[in-house]
Write a protein that binds this ligand. Structure first.
Ligand SMILES: Cc1cc2nc3c(=O)[nH]c(=O)nc-3n(C[C@H](O)[C@H](O)[C@H](O)COP(=O)(O)O)c2cc1C
Length: 223
């Protein structure tokens, strides 16, 4: 079994979303199916992805250009992993999609930035949601081409975005849900720690509450 762990907060290992995602992974590993699962790290805060470029945009916009780029895509194999910055955008896209395809389960750690995902995660989405590769356009709309698998998302936010006391919109969960569903990942579950800017003790309280929610969820859901 293979868990892909994508972490995105600029605060890295110290971030609350990262800590919450570690708890999710620990819970997963108590499940028979994921006992001893290998965790593959994709730390976008450490190895930031460049924005997609003009060649990538042109290629996605025209099937012919996409075919021409097949050769350069083939060069983007896992051996190039250490030189992510040296790959062109299509090669990076191919590497990241293959990494996703190889995962049995995905855990994403993300803070809320300006009501939605941080730009590091948006850059990853722009690389993996790729027409004619991870989704197709059909007369009925977009069709995801990747096998569905469980996706767990750990969110940390300064304010609250759910419940009666929330005072801000939430474009993070609906957006991420739609972006992942576009490529075929429908089985998505969110856990959050909210209101962390609320002062002393809030992070501990939210951590404890989220921990209980996680325990309850994994007691009921046998993966
Ligand atoms: C650029 C930026 C934008 C932010 N935007 C929001 C926001 O829209 N809503 C919110 O509740 N918190 C916002 N925050 C606060 C973070 O979500 C909060 O500090 C969170 O706990 C960080 O989680 P982390 O430790 O995983 O990075 C923002 C923080 C930054 C740096």
């Amino acid at each position: 079994m293979n868990i892909l762990h994508i972490s995105t907060s600029p605060r890295g290992l110290e971030s609350d979303s990262y800590r919450l995602s570690q708890s999710i992974i620990a819970c997963l590993q108590t499940q028979q199916k994921y006992a001893g699962a290998e965790v593959r790290e994709r730390a976008l805060w450490k190895d930031a992805l460049p924005h997609v470029d003009s060649e990538y945009a042109v290629s996605l916009g025209s099937p012919e250009a996409s075919e021409e780029s097949e050769e350069s895509e083939a060069g983007g194999n896992a051996a190039c992993e250490n030189a992510m910055q040296q790959l062109n955008a299509l090669q990076r896209s191919e590497l990241l999609i293959r990494e996703l395809e190889a995962a049995d389960c995905v855990v994403i750690a993300t803070p809320m930035h300006n009501y939605t995902v941080p730009s590091s995660l948006k850059a990853w989405i722009d690389h993996v949601v790729r027409v004619r590769r991870s989704f197709a356009i059909t007369p009925d709309g977009k069709l995801g081409l990747l096998r569905d698998r469980p996706v767990f998302v750990a969110i940390a936010s300064g304010g609250r975005f759910s419940g009666e006391t929330s005072r801000q919109p939430d474009f993070l969960r609906p957006y991420l849900k739609l972006a992942l569903a576009t490529i075929g990942l429908q089985d998505i579950r969110f856990f959050s720690m909210e209101g962390l800017a609320g002062g002393v003790g809030v992070a501990e309280m939210e951590g404890a509450r989220a921990g209980q929610e996680l325990q309850a969820y994994f007691r009921e859901r046998r993966l």
